[in-house]
Design a protein around this ligand. Sequence first.
Ligand code: PHB
Length: 396
Amino acid sequence: MTQLNRRQMLSQGAALIGTAASGLLVPQHALAQSGKIRVGFMLPYTGTFAQLGVAIENGVRMAINEQGGKLGGREIEWFKVDDESEPAKAIENANKLVQRDKVDVLIGTVHSGVQMGIHRVARESGVLNLIPNAGVHIATRAQCAPNVFRTSFTNSQPTMALGEAMVKRGHKKAVWISWKYAAGDEAYEGFKESYTKAGGTIIKELGLPFPNVEFQALLTEIAALKPDAVACFFAGGGAAKFMKDYAAAGLKDKIPLYGSGFLTEGVIDAAGPAAEGVLTTLHYGDGIETKRNNEFRLAYAKTFKMQPDVYAVQGYDTGLLLIQGANAVKGDLSKKGELYKAMEGATIDSPRGKWSMSKSHNPVQDMYLRQVVGKENKVIGVAAKALADSGAGCRL
Ligand code: PHB
């Protein structure tokens, strides 16, 4: 046997073993081109982020339904797992979709800690993972991966635009407060950099474990510290509770409240008057006055009988990205090289404004300064143009 033949035999043997191990009796490439594309949602459907998961799923489905409900000409079979925003169950939950359901695409998730579990499974299995929210830095920095694309933000992107906006409004001494986990810590990183660079001083960093909402002692501390302003990261149900408690503690009219814009997304009704006037920075705002955004908002409200928010937009953009990728390979997602290339080169015509994918697979996007007026996150300015995450340490 020649050297070449021997090598060929070995590699064919390995391919056969691989096929048998994955439980498939037909070659994988044949399966990939026929039948339905298997799309799995791993999102929070319970807990403080439950409404975020629902909005993301709505957005994805809306984008795909607008294009006839197919991907690259193929029908879709949907799968769903509730990740409960529980990092300890993340790997097991991701494997339900990847190993049990054999999804072609895993869409998830919201919580940065849970994302780390998904990330491990995505890197080990090679499954296509689209991140529709979680901003954990490492996923598009040192551990970036060819099969992982984010359609949302990195945790420090919104707060990188926040510091300067606060100093410009004359608030030179601030207290920071957030949940102590990757998202809060990394949002703080962005805030610290932008606020101190603009000449502000952070007099105290306060925190509590996710998803606790016992804010009372910390609010008492803020009152005693008497900063010019407070900046924070909270989201979902916890964010509504924070704004209500802030107002109830008598701080609302004394110390202006700022935040990364998740603070006021999807919770303006729940927070009521406590949200009025709150200023935030984010890559979306209800009041973006473009035809694209107005049409999106109308269609979403009509279909789902609720107002869209940033999470719905991120889900929608995830759908748009997947459509662009699937169309480029005519539904054959096994053509990974071509699929990734199409997604890397995609420009997404989003309700937030057009954005492109950075080299490390994260959106390059504008950040808006918004203020809650009535039931809306009104856009009052652009806080940063075409803001890209550093992508530090990413080699693709
Ligand atoms: C995160 O955990 O990365 C996270 C969660 C909710 C948000 C934003 C970021 O609104």
